[in-house]
Design a protein around this ligand. Sequence first.
Ligand code: 13P
Length: 256
Amino acid sequence: MRQKKIVIGNWKMNPLSLKDAEKLFIGLTRRISRIKKTEIVVCPPYLYLERLKKFSRKIVLGAQDAFWEDAGAFTGEVSGEMLYNLGVRYVILGHSERRELGETDGFVNKKIKSALKAGLVPILCVGEKERDANHEYFSVIKSQVERCLKGVSKNLISKIVIAYEPVWAISSTANRHDATSADSREMAIFIRKTLSDASSPEIAAETRIIYGGSVNMKSAKDFLENGGIDGLLPGRASLDAEEFTEIVKICEALKN
Ligand code: 13P
């Protein structure tokens, strides 16, 4: 069965105060009250989660990471179970900004398994740093997907959201350039084929694949209509309630 389309806002390490986080979240809550078909997820920094969950039932909360152990002597870490107990339902794993700090596919693999065990929906981020003339970037994505999903039971794969985020298109990347909906479409097909080989065509067809990388209200329609995807993962645009709402509305207005 086809799952709902999804728009996920990754706030990254923003905003600077709880007051500003509340303002942004409440502004969003007011604007999206008529949205019915689209699943909306917001991933703020950990320390705002507890406070923000009081303001909306429609917006589902996600975290930006979760450790693979449930509890114990792991200074500075937060577990999936803790997040679930707080009311969080999604978790971004393997974001390129974390990979840049040393996160490996092996870590992401452990985190995916423990997040699923805790009842969280992992949002697995994959993406190449650059596009080379020999199309090596396909093998980069294939190995990220395969290594991160290694040993994950087949019947859980369709619970995972796969986010294709080419690093060269992310707003904070130096000398970035825009990805097109054709880039997204090509990679979404390739990821689905990789998933199909790792599980089954049915499971691959059910799994949501989304795109992220400088999505804004001008580019969202083209990505959603022509990018072969089931949703979007905006970063910078999710820090503006009006812009994020426009993206959600564009998703809501899609025919199928
Ligand atoms: P931007 O939309 O700011 O490029 O961020 C994309 C991203 O990294 C979301 O996880």
